[in-house]
Design a protein around this ligand. Sequence first.
Ligand code: ADP
Length: 396
Amino acid sequence: MNVLVINCGSSSLKYQVIDSATEGVLAKGLCERIGIDGRLVYEPKGGEKEITEAPMPTHKQAIQMVIDALTNEKSGVLKSLDEIGAVGHRIVHGGEKFAASAIITDEMIQAVEECSDLAPLHNPANLIGVRACQELMPETPMAGVFDTAFHQTMPQEAYLYGVPYEYYEKYGVRKYGFHGTSHSYVSRRAAAILDRPYESLKTIVCHLGNGASVCAVKNGKSVDTSMGLSPLEGLVMGTRSGDIDPSAVEYIAKKEGLDMAGILNVLNKKSGVMGLSGVSSDFRDLEAAELEGNERAAAAQRVFNYRVLKYIGAYAAAMNGVDCICFTAGLGENNGVTRRQICESLGYLGIQIDEEANKKRGEEIVISTPDSKVKVLVIPTNEELAIARETVALLK
Ligand code: ADP
């Protein structure tokens, strides 16, 4: 069955068509600047990347353009829309309502809407994509796959914040965690690569991209993760602050004359390694600046690494040990220097890195030495494939 995987944001939409039998990608791409002007990127398997600038006032029109590209006589990969057997949608926040993926129905959509308060920037945009697909493909079954679902197994001591309990009861204030599809996919792959039962492995997954989080997976279940009620908690990220003393928030807001929206904008978009370095949120730019002697760029990377290191230590403690540590996402998959710098301080866990293996990038590889007590792996994440698999499994 071909599965169309959709990851819909407020002004952009990423898509892939995956043949679930072979797990091969037939085509992928994205729509950008929806509602502004419009740009479609379409990349068929084995073909040239095509870029089309065309007006895309709504998401429905954007998805129609994707369908036209997929079924186009020249470079299309499908004869008709009928060859799409299902659509899998990424949905950011499932609150406590969704501990697993779900088939999309009217009731399901209503339940997702009820979680929108917790993710006002993401869930409504995800649902716009769902509704647009429903209009264009009314007969095609669809599933929603949540970023938060994998973390619903966290115990109370991990997810409760130390604030009045009634805020949890009344408003659902707690840690939910994100990147769940990636943490689940990568931790499973680690067990398969190491040929160990997933149900008896203690894994720490470091998803280090522009957004970044660490997850403790014990016996196949997420038991803690660094993002919280929103993706702002935890690691220092590309532009997000991660953990910060709440009193500093009030102090900065007062000094800078910012209201709540203003300060949250700073913490989400102007902080992290971008804010620290004043150079960029992209680690390639930071490395280049550091080589030119930029001290702040160097400090930003050290701060980033140190926070990852602290979470690894915390999660080894939370699980009373760790069998393997995985690096994934843009930085985790490609940046051997960051991996080495983090692992250098993990000697106390009996970790030894194989320098040659660590030079590889973008492939599944064990980068620890054979006698390293804890295995360290690089595993490219594949959230689209995980969404396609979930969708097919649900339809069965
Ligand atoms: P997101 O999906 O959260 O937007 P990514 O997973 O794409 O982010 O990660 C982006 C980060 O990965 C950037 O900081 C970038 O520097 C880093 N990155 C991506 N590709 C490479 C590469 N080839 N070499 C080094 N760093 C890379």
